[in-house]
Ligand binder design. Structure first.
Ligand SMILES: Nc1nc2c(ncn2[C@@H]2O[C@H](COP(=O)(O)OP(=O)(O)OP(=O)(O)O)[C@@H](O)[C@H]2O)c(=O)[nH]1
Ligand SMILES: [Mg+2]
Length: 468
């Protein structure tokens, strides 16, 4: 068990020991402690959200289509047997039939459904639950309203119907629009709990026929966007969701590889022409319906550039698709960064739930004692810093206190937390910590907001710990 979780678990046991009604609260809050963080996938209509969800889960469970596909928020969590429930706006739950993993009919009209909960036995979602959402700025106004309701309105109001996400993956296929960024800000995530994804990397820029390789171009553009959007996202990763879905869900067959290999030697431009035509052509070894299947699986980029690799078989083609997809890098960021900060955010939420109890319950003094002890616990130091970072991002995002807090939370080593290079000596670390502590003391004499007041108290303590 990680130390932060162990401390929270101990606190919940102490809470339960106070009285029988508090045992109920401890169980309710403990359920959050033991469930994996929730990551919500948001973005423009048709950005490729559901395709990416399928790739990450490793099975084609979310509906994807060229027309608007996702109508209700869907929560995908690890669990057996595979099953689904609709959670209605009034909090009631209704089981839903699935046919080979697909939801066929809803048990109520879509505007009565808060979200769908799906359980799938999949190791890929053991560490974080994924939430697929309807596209933003959708063709139908109701869909956008539904995303707002579950993520924003529902967030504060109806606990039963709210989705309670801990982090977000924000998808866009070019430069994000101002209204999308504004929506994202409303969700209340921090840059540490928001990952940008430049989707459809295989069609980026001039696309498959362009002079510049779209994957390389997308990677370069993602780096530019990451620098420009650092107040909103931790980083931006290029992802080719279609190639990811095909290669991660086992869709590709040996027959597909053979058919693709047979198209080798055709000029790219002629190949795309051929893909557009339905007519059988005796000179082409691959019939139109197989060509159609290949485009659906691989897209234009995958077809043009995959042909030579396909000659080595489906496994080689699959490996190449995985490498092109950007999913290995995405998984790594999910595991080592976004997932970690989602866990920090989750721990903070648990502490705030305890705060609420301390305000409202007759045993408030003893509960307050438990919470105060938690906030001083070294295992939860990052969680406390993160709470202050959230408050400062609201109160004064450009304050130097905010950037100090962000670095302290984000960097794993003492040198990194102080903005020093990784090879800094112990003496350098101590000197810098002492200097920063003096700086924080000086800042505390003239603060601009209550949030800054509170944050500086914790900064001073943190630099003291680092100096020691
Ligand atoms: N070429 C290419 N096509 C993609 C990619 N990602 C998704 N698509 C296609 O784009 C279409 C829409 O993808 P979805 O995953 O349904 O998009 P979505 O964001 O979930 O859409 P809504 O739920 O309607 O908002 C599908 O036909 C996908 O096959 C990609 O990386 N490359
Ligand atoms: Mg979708």
């Amino acid at each position: 068990m990680d130390p932060a979780r162990a401390s929270l678990d101990r606190a919940l046991h102490a809470l339960a020991a106070i009285g029988p009604d508090l045992a109920g609260h401890a169980n309710r809050i403990g359920a959050q402690l033991w469930s994996p963080p929730r990551i919500v996938i948001v973005g423009r209509l048709k950005a490729g959200k559901s395709t990416l969800v399928n790739a990450l889960i490793g099975a084609p469970v979310a509906e994807t289509a060229a027309l608007e596909a996702t109508h209700v928020v869907s929560v995908y969590q690890d669990g057996a047997p595979a099953r689904a429930e609709a959670v209605l706006l009034d909090g009631t739950r209704r089981p839903i039939e699935t046919v080979r993993g697909h939801v066929t009919t809803l048990p109520a009209s879509a505007d009565q459904v808060a979200y769908l909960q799906r359980w799938l036995p999949s190791a890929a979602i053991r560490d974080h639950t994924l939430i697929d959402t309807p596209g933003l700025a959708t063709l139908t106004a109701e869909n956008e309203a539904r995303t707002h309701r579950v993520l924003i309105d529902g967030f504060e109001q109806t606990r039963t119907a709210s989705v309670d996400a801990d982090a977000a993956v924000f998808l866009f296929d070019s430069t994000p629009r101002a209204d999308e960024i504004a929506f994202l800000k409303k969700l209340g995530f921090t840059p540490l709990t928001t990952l940008g994804v430049l989707s459809r990397a295989d069609g980026f820029g001039e696309g498959a026929l362009g002079v510049r390789d779209p994957l390389e171009h997308a990677a370069a553009h993602a780096a530019i966007l990451a620098a420009r959007m650092q107040d909103t996202v931790m980083t931006v990763l290029p992802v080719a969701g279609l190639l990811a879905e095909t290669s991660h869900t086992g869709a590709l067959t040996e027959a597909d590889a053979r058919a693709l290999a047979a198209l080798v030697g055709i000029e790219p431009f002629d190949l795309l022409d051929l893909l557009d035509s339905e007519a059988p052509d005796a000179s082409v070894p691959v019939p139109p319906e197989v060509r159609g299947r290949l485009v659906d699986l691989l897209g234009e980029y995958g077809m043009i550039h995959g042909r030579a690799i396909a000659a080595r078989g489906a496994a080689a083609l699959n490996d190449w698709l995985v490498a092109c997809s950007g999913v290995p890098q995405l998984r790594s960021v999910l595991a080592h960064h976004l997932g970690v900060f989602a866990g920090v955010q989750r721990a903070g939420r648990i502490i705030r739930e305890l705060d609420l109890l301390a305000y409202s319950h007759p045993a408030r003094d003893r509960i307050r004692g438990i919470v105060d002890q938690l906030r001083m616990d070294p295992a939860l130091h990052t969680v406390v810093l993160f709470e202050h970072l959230q408050a400062m991002l609201d109160a004064d995002p450009t304050s130097p206190v905010t950037s100090e807090l962000r670095r302290l939370v984000e960097q794993p080593t003492a040198a990194g937390k102080l903005g020093l290079p990784p090879h800094a000596t112990v003496d350098q670390v101590r000197a810098e910590a002492i200097q920063k502590r003096s700086w924080a003391h000086a800042q505390a004499l003239s603060t601009m907001t209550a949030a800054e007041d509170a944050a500086l108290v914790v900064l001073i303590r943190t630099y003291g710990l680092l100096a020691a």
